[in-house]
Design a protein around this ligand. Structure first.
Ligand code: ARG
Length: 459
């Protein structure tokens, strides 16, 4: 039989496969709360503008709450024949309140309906991402505070470069996740305009009040062009863009945790709650959560690419292609939230190994730059000459299987006679980090300042 919502000009119902490819109810049922909020705002506005009676609007608004409680209570019977959440809700509303339900869709189309539902959903996700990122920042702050002056190797090319502090390394991620938060906030601000009332594409001849529905749904106002309102999904793409960059940051931290928890590094130990064992190797303690977080970028960036490709080249206004927007965004959002929560839990629970960090900090000639700087500062050498002399000293130490502080003063002086005993002060890793007091530098004093600053920002 023909569809009860639009079957007027149809004699026959759809082929089963047509129904299967067309239906979105399997996934867009997740928009139920947003759909009902949008419909309730629309009904109130229709009554306020005299388009429908107050009695009908009241019945509709009440009935929608009944439908919502059925959906939330799990008793709602979803129907694939009714295609999507919009028609499922409206059909049930008709059973609950009768004829009045048929007036709800006045001056509205599923095109603006889905656009408003999906915006509301993505807007909530921006807020959820913000909360989750904040929790992660707090976990990192805890680590940074505890180890503001713990020395560890800083790397470039994953080769030991210069000593840094554990706190400084943790705070680097606090900064990254702050930018992620601002990207979600920025996207949220731009998406916070209402498409409701664009109707199918052209607007409507009914005297609707789009400002009223926009306000009721927490939007800053109505979107300015009805064609644009129903046909763009750039808000979802912005969310996926912010999610992708956030997932990049998560994957980098995850990768470091994987490396750091290895027997070769022993920089951190994950708690039992955030580790897994092996079914064959009894000694194993695997960082599975970190690895899975590292992997989430695959599906999140995948969703970003998929929706970008769906939208590319679509003529205005709505095309059914756009129904493919939701699963991508749902999946990306679900996995981003899971990854953020797991990362916050893992970071909050892990223990940095201060001794291992310190031992590693002194390897790899990590204070060679301090030595070169000393030659410049104390002996007045041009930096290039100091660099060369230090290189000779590194080569000398390396040939003896030693580190720089193990060289004797006589050996130092054999390379440059002006070197004095004082040079040994700058070869210690603690002195090295303590000297990096420039703004944004790794000295414990600067790290404590940064921690205090972010504690205040995070509240
Ligand atoms: N299920 C549809 C979607 O997700 C809702 C809009 C349908 N509009 C239409 N003209 N068929 O995009």
């Amino acid at each position: 039989t023909a569809n009860s919502m639009w079957g007027g000009r149809f004699a026959a119902g759809p082929d089963a496969i047509m129904e299967a490819i067309n239906a979105s109810i399997g996934f867009d049922k997740r928009l139920a709360a947003q759909d009902i909020a949008g419909s309730r705002a629309h009904a109130a506005m229709l009554a306020a503008t005299g388009i429908i009676s107050n009695n009908d609007a009241d019945a509709i608004r009440e009935g929608l709450l009944t439908v919502l409680s059925e959906i939330e209570g799990g008793t709602f019977q979803f129907s694939t024949a009714l295609e999507d959440i919009h028609m499922n809700v409206e059909a049930r509303l008709k059973e609950v309140v009768g004829e009045a339900a048929g007036r709800l869709h006045t001056a509205r189309s599923r095109n603006d309906q889905v656009a408003v539902d999906f915006r509301l959903w993505v807007r909530d996700q921006c807020d959820a991402a913000d909360e989750a990122l904040k929790a992660l920042q707090n976990a990192l702050l805890g680590q940074a505070e505890a180890g503001a002056d713990w020395v560890m190797p800083g790397f470039t090319h994953l080769q030991v470069a210069q000593p840094v502090t554990w706190g400084h390394h943790m705070m680097a991620y606090v900064e990254m996740f702050a930018r992620d938060r601002s990207r979600f906030a920025d996207a949220r601000k731009r998406m916070n305009l209402s498409p409701l009332g664009a109707a199918a594409l052209a607007g409507t001849s009914f005297p609707i009040d789009r400002h009223m529905t926009a306000q009721a749904l927490g939007f800053d106002g109505p979107m300015g062009n009805s064609l644009d309102a129903v046909s763009d999904r750039d808000f979802a793409l912005e969310f996926l863009g912010a999610a992708t960059i956030c997932a990049v940051h998560l994957s980098r931290l995850a990768e470091e945790l994987v490396i750091w928890s290895s027997a070769q590094f022993r920089f951190v130990k994950m708690s039992d709650r955030w580790s897994t064992g092996s079914s064959i190797m009894p000694q194993k303690r695997n960082p599975d959560a970190a690895e899975l977080i590292r992997a989430k970028i695959g599906r999140i960036f995948g969703a970003n690419v998929a929706l970008t490709m769906v939208m590319k080249g679509l003529p205005l206004a709505y095309s059914k292609d756009m129904q493919e927007d939701k699963e991508q965004v749902f999946d990306a959002a679900d996995h981003l939230m899971l990854a953020l929560a797991a990362m916050a839990g893992m970071v909050g629970d892990m223990t940095a190994n201060r001794e291992s960090l310190k031992a590693a900090a002194g390897t790899g000639f990590s204070t060679a730059t301090d030595l070169a700087d000393w030659l410049v500062r104390e002996l007045g050498l041009p930096f290039r000459d100091a660099h060369h002399i230090t290189g000779l000293l590194v080569a000398l130490a390396e040939s003896q299987g030693e580190d720089l502080p193990d060289l004797t003063l006589a050996q130092m002086q054999s390379v440059h006679e002006g070197i004095t005993q004082e040079v040994f002060d700058v070869l210690g890793v603690e002195n090295s980090v303590a000297s990096r007091t420039s703004f944004g530098g790794t000295s414990p004093a600067r790290v404590r300042e940064a921690v205090a600053h972010w504690r205040k920002v995070l509240g």
